[in-house]
Design a binder for this molecule. Structure first.
Ligand SMILES: NC(=O)c1ccc[n+]([C@@H]2O[C@H](COP(=O)([O-])OP(=O)(O)OC[C@H]3O[C@@H](n4cnc5c(N)ncnc54)[C@H](OP(=O)(O)O)[C@@H]3O)[C@@H](O)[C@H]2O)c1
Length: 476
């Protein structure tokens, strides 16, 4: 159990403060962590009154139901909250003072099934969240001019962006850790759907998340082709997978996916097999801390993480059977921090920053997913993008050594990171929708901050530019 205690003083009369605060339909006006609050029961606030809340928890919008369990006018109100993965008991006490009202707020939060170690990690984050909520109440009752946009959880105070980052992204990002995985997992029904007889092509299956996914896919009896750049590594991984799963239908093709010429050749080899592809998984990706260009003259983040994904998918788009198929694009939660800059796709204009270039490319993948989903809506091919969470892989250790060593203890295993990829490939449920962005088998919003969204015109311009850049390889 995690306990939060906060106290504030406001200049208003006790009766008014009690009446306003104890009615939880007002909470969205003072707690930046709440997007929607609606009273479900009839009449004024009283024991038994129920409220439906939608919280802002980073990219998540968990629902909670609150019920008033104790109601002592002008002195105390207690509410019990129930969410999908946690419970809370909020007690708010009110005291008249010579200059207004003191409000004491206590919250007890329970995460069933969460270890003590995880509670330790969560405690400071939740304390910060509770503090910001009560500060919001103080500001509201004191008549401070801070404004909310409830629908998007966007706080437009003077330091609005920091406020959001501090208040909502941090707790939300915890869901990217292994804690998020273990919380989410409790709601999954294991159906063990197989991929028997299905042709699955995965890029980057020689390391980290891709390798873990490849093992699981082979375990589900898929006929697997790994696209890899390193022949020796590919041979070793192929052997390991066959030995581990007993599935002999695992092969590989060699291509450097930052090179369009290689991509063209590998797509041709796949097509020459004259077999349809049921699932294409664009997993290969990398974060480069220095700006460099490929031999074809493309900035390497853009080439590997966006242009190459576009080109390979476009070349294989007509390889899916008429009965349906799946395209799964591995993006990243990092994309929440950036919008697409169609005029600077190759990261030339601003001083180069690896994380920013990576986030932009991963944003691009999410946009492409949506465009492919629209274009292929009559073809029964479901196109999805996903975030694997923060995963302990050679890739993250090399690209972000500081980040890796700081949060190493909460990183997911590659198996956990691969889970949603495999679920998107194999489950019937994932075939029922298209164009979504997934984490832990659930679809999530793609834009949290207005500035990171893009117009339809920007999406079409992105498509046109990528198309133009790859067209020259078609002719060669
Ligand atoms: N780890 C995380 O926390 C995290 C978070 C969000 C998103 N992701 C995404 O998840 C995916 C997998 O990343 P990871 O963490 O598993 O990294 P990783 O351990 O470095 O694995 C990356 C894979 O991609 C391959 N690859 C990279 N560049 C390539 C190229 N030019 N041509 C062909 N193959 C190439 C690598 O091949 P080699 O084996 O030859 O190096 C490797 O198989 C990436 O798209 C990454 O952006 C990871």
């Amino acid at each position: 159990m995690i306990k939060l205690n906060e106290s504030i003083h406001v200049p208003n009369a006790l009766e008014a403060v009690f009446t306003y605060t104890s009615d939880f339909s007002n909470i969205k006006d003072w707690d930046p962590g709440v997007a929607v609050s609606q009273k479900r029961s009839k009449g004024g606030a009283q024991v038994g009154s129920t409220y439906d809340l939608t919280l802002c928890f980073g990219p998540f919008r968990p629902k909670m139901e609150y019920t008033i369990t104790a109601y002592k006018p002008f002195s105390k109100v207690t509410l019990n909250g129930r969410g999908e993965s946690f419970r809370a008991i909020d007690t708010i006490s009110f005291f008249k003072t010579p200059t207004g009202t003191r409000i004491d707020y206590e919250a007890q939060i329970y995460f069933p099934g969460v270890s003590k170690h995880m509670e330790k990690i969560l405690t400071p984050v939740l304390k910060n969240t509770g503090r910001k909520a009560i500060q919001g109440l103080e500001a509201k009752l004191s008549g401070e001019n801070r404004m909310y946009k409830q629908s998007s959880c966007f706080f437009s105070g003077s330091n609005g962006f920091d406020y959001i980052a501090d208040h909502m992204i941090l707790p939300g990002m915890l869901m990217f850790s292994k804690l998020g995985y273990s919380l989410s997992k409790r709601f999954w029904a294991e159906k063990n759907e197989t991929l028997f007889g299905k042709k699955v092509v995965i890029t980057g299956g020689t390391s980290g998340i891709g390798k873990a996914a490849a093992i699981k896919l082979a375990g589900k009896k898929a006929c697997l082709t790994i696209i890899a750049r390193n022949k020796k590594k590919a041979e070793q991984v192929q052997q390991q997978i066959i030995e581990k799963t007993g599935n002999p239908h695992v092969d590989f093709l060699i291509a450097d996916l930052s090179r369009m010429e290689d991509i063209k050749q590998v797509a041709k080899k796949l097509k020459d097999r004259k077999k349809t592809i049921d699932v294409l998984i664009n997993n290969a990706g990398a974060l480069f801390n220095e700006r460099n260009e490929t031999i074809e003259g493309f900035e390497q983040t853009f080439a590997t993480d966006l242009l190459g994904v576009f080109y390979l998918t476009e070349l294989l788009k007509d390889s899916f059977p008429s009965t349906g198929g799946r395209i799964i694009n591995v993006s990243s939660g990092g994309m929440y921090t950036q919008g697409i800059d169609v005029d600077d796709l190759q990261n030339e204009v601003v001083p180069y920053a690896g994380s920013k270039a990576y986030a932009r490319a991963k944003r691009g993948i999410v946009i492409l997913t949506r465009l492919w989903a629209q274009q292929m809506r009559y073809s029964k091919v479901a196109v999805h993008s996903m975030h694997p969470g923060w995963v302990d892989t050679p890739g993250i250790e090399t690209a972000l050594p500081g980040f890796h060593s700081r949060i190493n203890s909460v990183l997911r295993t590659p198996d956990q990171g691969a889970d949603t990829i495999v679920w998107l490939a194999a489950s019937n449920e994932a075939g029922e929708s298209t164009g979504k962005f997934w984490l832990d088998r659930r679809p999530h919003e793609t834009v949290l901050f207005p500035k990171t969204g893009e117009s339809e015109q920007a999406r079409q311009r992105l498509w046109t530019k990528l198309n133009l850049l790859t067209r020259r390889f078609e002719k060669a």
